[in-house]
Design a protein around this ligand. Structure first.
Ligand code: ZN
Length: 265
């Protein structure tokens, strides 16, 4: 099996054309024609992840976030991005990223996975992709319904449990039952108006800034569970896409948490 076969399996679920214009999904380092010795899946690519790939004899790293985002002008190893690329090239390791194209598909994508963990039904994309106007399956975020309405307190406890998070930063509760939930893994503040317009009671997302929390404006409850935390099950998701296509091949999930944020409590 070649690296290009793994890429084809991933892109059958999340075509590269669905990535956002600012993104850099796709093969970032390496040669797609090489035979695969093993695949390591992680949320981010760092020098530690390249080290883990070497240890596990994986010559392909598949990450959600692209390590090179806006280009490189030097390759001197002075920061973690350059170090990652240099270490990968030195050790014949390819790096592939499946980022906003995986965010923008509901079926088999990042937000579908979160919706599944929270137990949402009747899911639709929160905002249709520009190339697929009116599509309910291709676009950013997701909105769906809990099978039963529950209190806001109960929903927060359910969210904490189902997404395995320790902390949720949220806006003022509105004292009404919760059933419609909008979700966007990663940084979701760009979808706040879509979440409100969808009639959602809660917007579950990450990476909200102080002033952005005001946009809840008594119309919705924003629940920020953290960027990494909201996307942590994406590793399992990517491994699942690969094993579905190649049942005899087991990709490795990274055992190193790449979340750069640590909570002091
Ligand atoms: Zn992300």
């Amino acid at each position: 099996m070649k690296i290009t076969d793994i890429i084809a399996a991933l892109e059958a679920i999340a075509p590269p054309a669905l990535q956002e214009s600012y993104d850099n999904s796709g093969l970032i380092v390496g040669d797609a024609d090489r035979e695969v010795t093993g695949v390591l899946v992680s949320l981010d690519t760092t020098p530690e992840i390249v080290g883990e790939a070497i240890e596990k004899n994986c010559n392909l790293i598949v990450s959600h976030h692209p390590v090179i985002f806006s280009g490189l002008k030097q390759l001197t190893g002075k920061n973690y991005v350059e170090k990652t690329v240099i270490d990968a090239i030195r050790n014949d390791i390819s790096i592939y990223a499946i980022h906003t194209n995986l965010d923008n598909v509901l079926d088999g994508g990042v937000n579908g996975k979160i919706a599944q963990r929270i137990g949402l039904q009747e899911c639709e994309a929160l905002r249709s992709h520009p190339d697929h106007p009116g599509s309910t399956r291709i676009g950013a975020g997701v909105v769906g319904k809990l099978s039963q309405p529950m209190s806001e307190e109960k929903f927060l406890a359910h969210l904490k449990d189902s997404m395995q998070v320790n902390v949720i930063r949220h806006t003022r509760m509105l004292n009404k039952p919760v059933q419609v939930i909008a979700v966007c893994g990663g940084s979701g503040s760009f979808l706040i108006s879509d979440a409100i317009n969808s009639g959602a009671d809660f917007f579950v997302t990450g990476d909200f800034k102080y002033h952005e929390f005001f946009d809840a404006d008594g119309k919705i409850v924003i629940a920020d569970i953290g960027h990494f935390e909201s996307e942590q099950f994406t590793v399992e998701l990517i491994c699942g896409i690969i094993t579905e296509k190649f049942p005899k091949f087991a990709p490795d999930s990274s055992e190193k948490g790449t979340n750069p944020i640590i909570y002091y409590t």
